[in-house]
Design a protein around this ligand. Sequence first.
Ligand SMILES: [Zn+2]
Length: 1048
Amino acid sequence: MIKTEKILHLKSCRGRKVRVVREHYLREQVPCYSSLCQADCVNDGKLLPGDLTHYVVPDVGVVVDYLEILEFRELQGIVFTQTACQAVQHSKGRRQYNRLRNLLKDPRHDCVLFANEFQEYSYCPREKGESQEKWQTRCVYSAAVWYHNHLAGMMDVVMITEDQDAVAQYSSLNSGVYVISVQDFLQNFWPELQAAHDLYGSISQALQEKESEGSQREFAEHLPAEVLEAGIKSGRYIKGTLNINKHHNEAFIRTEGLSNKNTDLSWGVLVSGNKNRNRAVHGDAVVVELLPKSEWRGKVTALAEGQGEEKGGEENESKPMPTGRVVGILQRNWRDYVVTFPPRDGTQAQSRNSQRILAVPWDRRIPKIRISTQQADALQDHRVVVRIDSWESTSLYPNGHSVRVLGRAGELETEVQTILIENCIHVSPFSDAQLREMPVNSPEKPWRMDPAQVAERRDLRETHLVFSIDPRGCEDVDDALSLRGLAGGALLELGVHIADVTHFVTEGSLTDLEARSRATTYYLADRRYDMLPAVLSADLCSLLGGVDRYAMSVLWELDAHSLAVNKVWYGRTLIRSSYQLHYELAQALLNGERAEVPELARLGSEEKDAKLAQLTRALEMLTHVARHLRAQRDRGGALELEGVEVRAQLDEERNITALVPRQPLEVHETVAECMIYANYWVARKIQETFPHQALLRRHPPPRQEFFSQLVDVASARGFTVDTRTNKALAESLDQAVDPQDPLVNRLLRMMATTAMSQALYFSTGLESQDQYYHYGLALDRYTHFTSPIRRYADIVVHRLLTAAIDMDRGAGPGRALANNKELEEMAQHINNKNRAAQQAQKLSTLLFQCLYFKERDPQTDQRCVADAVVYSIRNNGMLVFVPEYGVKGPVYLKNREGQVVSAGQDGSCEWQSGAIRQYSDHITTTSSCGTSTFRLFDHITVRLSVHSTPCHADSLNLEVISNKPHRSAEPQQAHSQGRSQLVQEVVRLAEEAYQQAQEKAARRPKLSKEEREFSQSKTPNLYSLLEEVRELALMDLDGAARVCATTA
Ligand SMILES: [Zn+2]
């Protein structure tokens, strides 16, 4: 080892230059991470493959400015030098540096880090008078040459640089080491990778423009980091996350601490207007300074366009509240944004070959972004993904560059992609490397059980009658059930058998990493994106009927009389499901109706009757047990807040034949109850074995303030809703029934749901045990174990359960378990992805609702007129719910011209000049025609139309046309018709899109069989349709609605 000195010139936070001298050790052995290595390097971890045509060594400037291009997974064999990494850390900050580190860690990216400055033969000390940039470039070139020599000339090395002098100076020095520009590199090696070319163009454009910034200050400078920190410590400043209100020019800081010294900040800090926000963008971690009390302001309370439900009591809304201004930003939370290039009016053009366009983000909370582009004309009315580069105090808008073009605004594919990107959902097709990890199951090579597994597992195939109950046509069967008598009927044995996904998905494998980053299967209105490849989710993991499968089972031995638990067994099993039932069939058997069980169709009548009796007996006992379990939870205060109330009926080819109001079948509850029971017992097991590092799911009790609207609205109808405990709430909601109008109870439950907190995953080491409670299910512990095919949390829980079982056997856990901190990070990640999935699903439903109404003329088409119920009163209108279409939204009673809605004798409404007055349970308008009153729970008639804006998502517009209920000839029929048409529309549009994709694909080279098999599901399959219908049926489309679903 050789010791030298390294001299660094750093800039301090205040901008002063500092000279630092560091001892620097050089080694002969520094790992090269190449599989071609002949020199016995200690290469742990990722290796660059040897079968490439070249390795790529990017220069410092390329890594700093064009990292996004190096992030393309197509680019292989990239060597990042330590020199470049350090430069990113110093010049780009933590965010960009973390991005580079993640890239290096991620096995799906073929790149490695080379510690070139520690390598004796590649290190070059800086020469006197040599500029930092020249020296860095020389270091990187020296590293490139080292690689070529170290690999004995077996691999060509391409250094890419934006420094033209370097190209001239180095390109002919060594054969086998090429020095070219990024553009030449892309053109020569990646001519087909258009996305990378486009990105290169847009970044280089943005870099050029950056130099021609103005100098006039538009915003206050941000304070230096150490001043912010000291201010936070002393209580002068407050830190929190900036949350911009979608519909007003106001923002709130969600603070971590609830108060500072003498101010109550539990409702957050208001930041009003653009100047006070001081370049902070929605989601940024910021530091604010409170303004003097005289400058405090109140929240805006009027309805604004597109406004839905908001939490919070009315009283708190208009009073002045703590108000502040942003003085600094701790961490930017910039992501990819979808923007629309507006039609050009010619005034924005600055020069002929480049134009600076103010692009309008789809998300209304994000400011316009200035983009320099040469494609301004071509991109008009297109949706484009952009990234923000910087926002200087001299600029009114942030500067950014475009990443890729999604397509023309308004087209279905463009809009769906927009929804995905806006929710940070990345679902590229599964890669080849990942698919190679998958087991094969084809007619030529059928999958078989491994004898070693057969020997190790408890075999239930001969001893247990196992069956599954799912929606009709379900492909991914996560769970199956069994129930049998033991000890001559003195005992019952209940079994829940779950797909053994972790047998196939090894921790840390590419499939595991991909599943982890997706965290869940995404269900949109017309398609789904699976968390796992189809060979697992729809085949080898799916507990299909009549085939051998691996399972993770929980078996309870219960006292047949008292149903008390004697014993619980957890373990890996072999099962063969005898019946793949659907809900209606199972219920028919329970009801003693004549029903054809497909599995028994071919049997003789005697055998058939015997088998049928056996199955029915098992179903009956199961129902008996589930009733008992449910009653137990009810006594504890379990809530039922929402119910699926329509379902799609499908024929053999999966066409929707009818949309019928859901018959609430008891068997739904029975299955759900067994799953809840399994989740509960697995939660107990892993929490007891790993008290500090188990993944559980808690549902915190709601904040009482959030119930104020529910309580007020209920009392307007004469009901008392007691919200003190979940039990009191459940009981008082059960009482709040208006026999004349079933919607009253539904609306109250919807409001209760809105007030709920989100259920969340967490690591047990983070919270004290009294925080584990699941409020909705009334259980002291809970987790997710029963859906490992579509939820990553369940995969984590399966691994924990396996480790716990191993410990019981006296063996240590096979692998080091994630510690509390790692598990908590995982929990946060999954929580975030779940929120994103819910949001995307909600937005895609809205998209299809808008597509449905867009094709109809609201003035003439009767389908655009519907009944609506008032559920909230505001000062310029009210919020209503349209049961027929599952739509919630505002109805304005006062417009911008100051006119108000006035109802005539027959109820028909028109705009008149007049006045409006809000009361606690009603709102009145007064005009020359008299006074009109709208009360809570009134049924009115509304017209639905689509409000289109070129840059944002379409939204539905609700307009009152009569203050009387909507009269239709057959209300019940109309009720189901609206939705059935809506769903048919989804199917039609999805099929069109699918056909177009097929035609497009036909023009491209043929996909391999494997690619087709594993690509994402585009056709509307049964499951996603059911989910869609389910979602429409939910009265509340907010994510919270799903929290307390029976399968929570
Ligand atoms: Zn080596």
